[in-house]
Write a protein that binds this ligand. Structure first.
Ligand SMILES: [Fe+2]
Length: 267
């Protein structure tokens, strides 16, 4: 039985104003944080986009630091109960990224959130992840369900896990935010017990939907109460503590459909 944690944790969002395609202003940021806390999120690591090829550009990081300080100060005043930290969503656009700067990690932990460029799986991805592990980082691959090039048997995804990476699925992926094929892959990963975390990837600006509640409801509706708690609460909370995720059991996503069909035949 999963250990129950109070409140949701979320470590993938774009809430630092004016640095990426997320929040544009401080008001956007604070409104977005309000929407997240209203949904029960109690700890956030927000993750502006950053290309690995730009990490050595001190100007880029200086702007990120300054804008982060602004939103962190304002959020601490308006939401004093919220645990609010920063990381980055790092696009691995160079073959040997140097992620040794502690600012690149998720909220002071050893975890780093990474994505592949252009929503494609480039060659030799397991080797890249293994090298990050050797360098002392623990990579978490953002939204694995969204990449072209993930094979039907999910072998490349299994290879990422074998290399020591963890997997973070977006809530919205489970309910069609990115289309039916992404939802299908996300469900297959859930069914296979490959996912470690759910997070929002919330681009905090007006008109951008926050999918936590529909995503959690979807997993629970598939009979996955234990999985929902592990993916959305327990494991993100453990990340804040610098601890690895607990294993998430496979979920037989066909079961509810079979149950439904039985009721049709009985009717
Ligand atoms: Fe993102």
């Amino acid at each position: 039985m999963a250990r129950v944690s109070s409140g949701y944790g979320d470590f993938h969002s774009h809430l630092v104003p004016g640095v990426d395609d997320g929040a544009r202003t401080l008001d956007d940021s604070l409104d977005a944080i309000g929407r997240m806390t209203d949904a029960g999120v109690r700890r956030i690591v927000t993750t502006p986009h950053l290309r690995a090829s730009r990490i050595r550009d001190s100007g880029t990081l200086a702007i990120m630091d300054r804008q982060w300080k602004t939103v962190k100060t304002a959020a601490s005043e308006r939401y004093p109960e919220l645990e609010f930290r920063r990381g980055f969503e790092i696009k691995l656009d160079v073959p040997t990224p140097d992620l040794s700067d502690p600012r690149l990690r998720l909220g002071g932990t050893q975890f780093v959130l990474v994505e592949w460029p252009m929503f494609q799986v480039p060659p030799r991805t397991p080797e890249v992840l293994a090298k990050l592990r050797e360098a002392g980082c623990v990579p978490i691959v953002a939204h694995p369900e969204r990449y072209d090039g993930v094979d039907p048997e999910l072998e490349v995804v299994r290879a990422w896990k074998d290399a020591g990476a963890y997997l973070q699925c977006n809530y919205g992926s489970l309910v069609g935010q990115y289309g039916a094929s992404v939802a299908y892959v996300a469900r297959r990963m859930l069914a296979s017990g490959l996912l470690d975390y759910l997070s929002s990837d919330f681009h905090g600006r007006p008109g951008y939907r926050f999918y936590l509640e529909p995503g959690v409801s979807e997993v629970r509706g598939l009979g996955g109460d234990e999985q929902a708690t592990l993916l959305a609460k327990t494991n993100p909370t453990r990340l804040f503590q610098g601890l690895p995720p607990l294993p998430v059991p496979r979920l037989d996503v066909a079961k509810p459909l079979v149950r439904q069909m039985r009721t049709w035949f009985r009717a």
